[in-house]
Design a protein around this ligand. Sequence first.
Ligand code: NAP
Ligand code: MG
Length: 450
Amino acid sequence: MLEVINPATEEVIETMGSATVEDADEAVSRAKAAFPKWKSIEPADRVKMLRRLAEALDSERENLARLESRNTGKPISEALGEMGMVAETFHYYAGMPERVLGDTIPVSGGIDMTFREPLGVVALIVPWNFPLTIASWKMAPALAAGNTIVLKPAELTPLTAARFERIAKEAGIPEGVVNVVVGPGSSVGQRLAEHPDVAKVAFTGSTDVGRRVMEAASGTIKRVTLELGGKSANIVFADADLERAAASAPSGFLGNAGQDCCARSRILVQKTAMDDFMSLLETAVKNVRVGNPADSDTEMGPLISASHREKVASFVPDDAPVAFRGDAPGGSGFWFAPTVLAPVSNDDHAAREEIFGPVAAVIPFEDEADAVRLANDTIYGLSGSVWTRDGAKALRVARAVDTGVISINSNTSVRVATPFGGFKQSGVGRELGPHALDHYTEVKNVYFAL
Ligand code: NAP
Ligand code: MG
């Protein structure tokens, strides 16, 4: 049995059965059996079904948000925003079945045309930090393109995925199209990545497990997309609006208590602005309200688990260069105070590894070339930001940083209509936007001799 914990109180919220490898096999069989029919539903009918599901998600938004907040410890305001995005993602892809377009290509002697065919059964393996949100980025395009799915949520956070399965059924998605298996990654996840009847694995999680998933998928040459870790740079030039940059920086490394693959956990600050920026940043960090996730004005909750808190704490040893810290509640719950380390060398442990907690490393730089060199000196390349009032410099730096998504004068990363994914060891493939559909379809080329 699996005990699901509320990380803000350490109380058991629910006890549920844990799936076995046999359960995973059965879910794949159900998805395989449902595929031919789901694939051949008229596009307009699939649009209607997905719209009904999107509307059901709109109606369930508050219930799902409360559940997600209790299970992850994220503030209710963030959970409401995320559940809004889940519904929006389904609304966006609901229109896609009629827009999965092919090409006609001029060739000699006939007509050549392309079609985008669904892949079959797709396994979706997701982490605990944004449980239903990340699942929706995979489920919505996979279903819109005509695939059937088996979703494996993280064992720590299975509640919204389990609820989603029921919502999909009630909204009229046919039997076998959406399947959720709650079980350990090392057995159930591994089996899905190896299963001969799974055509593709879409994985979000750590780079280490991503590597294992890629290996497991190689046995049957599965399609693989991976959204992995990050160590993104928030680059603040001396000519930036320093007040705005400092006011926004906490959202870049304290959002979701820093358990965010897009976290801007390296803050690169131009040396000439260091003192001014640090005093503004200190005020902003100390103003962040850390506490009960159920309170509507809470901005940061606890970490996901005791073992994860230990891992985060290992990045802040007694001799760490702590510039300042915010507050955190005591007592039960996996709390960790916002922490800023400065100055840090880009070669230090805290600047190289993904901490996945509310800890930022401030790294000084000289000039534009130095900033780009430091930003790129990492195995990752997921997100990032540039703060400057010089538009040309902003665009030069945005183009020069090897990263999948970068924002100018903002610390935001994801939008339903725009592509999201990593360079380098941050991943393979893109989610969201029209780009995601490429990863849930196969191109078929048909030649018609005239
Ligand atoms: P994780 O340990 O890699 O787990 C991710 C998922 O993979 C979980 O469902 C896990 O199951 C499963 N899993 C574990 N071992 C597996 C195996 N051998 N085969 C197949 N599946 C397996 O990641 P996490 O600790 O949950 O999440 C934190 C990491 O995710 C961070 O590194 C973060 O950067 C990354 N992340 C990336 C993105 C992105 O979009 N790039 C977004 C969010 C998180 P169980 O946990 O149930 O065992
Ligand atoms: Mg893990």
